[in-house]
Design a protein around this ligand. Sequence first.
Ligand SMILES: [Zn+2]
Ligand SMILES: [Zn+2]
Length: 245
Amino acid sequence: MKVTILGSGDAFGTGGRFNTCLHVEAGPERMLLDCGGSSMVALNRAEVERNGLSTLLFTHFHGDHFGGLPAFLLDAQFVSRRKEPLTIAGPAGIEHRTLHALEAEFPGSSSNPWRFPVTYVEVTPEQPVRLGGIDVSAFPMVHDERAGPCQGYRLGFDGKVFAFSGDTAWTEALIPLTAGADVLLVECYAYDIALANHLDYGTLAAHRAELGAARIVLTHMGMNMLAHRDPLPEERAHDGMTIEL
Ligand SMILES: [Zn+2]
Ligand SMILES: [Zn+2]
């Protein structure tokens, strides 16, 4: 499995970073994990073949994770001229949220007769699924239920596990999410400011021993975290970073 971090930023483009978007390669399978508002720029810059992506999987419905989906779909329809089937997967409500986002961003577009087959898949913590060849399990995160359910995921392929928190405050669910994972990509919005809806580094470090991942990479860093340049035991993500596992 290879994960390329196309977008490692927060919601506001802090540090010139793109919104959350991960390109996952697993054998012949190509998946995007989140597709934030700036992701079409990130995909074009990285020259990702859009029609080669079989699945888009979402952690929650904030614009910096989900807001790029309408442009992705319209690009598939009118620019990339997609013919290949597309799976849009995410928390409960994924189909309704997609149509709502299309209508909000491009009024009238939700009734497009797509030229390619679209399948919606709800992924819940109770029901692990296989998307393409990737085993996907969801874990309930604590972030903002207005944009939820908010979920983290374990992606399993070929004996390797990649765990991603999405956006979350500290929750005990991070423990099973990360147990035995080869890599954990975890949000770390701030360094030393406690926030209700996000993790800060101090909280993460205090729970470090409970996180069972072999390798930890911090992402979704806001100004307060980016300003902290001291060496840390964990790696820090950047746009274009690749993770092989
Ligand atoms: Zn976010
Ligand atoms: Zn969010």
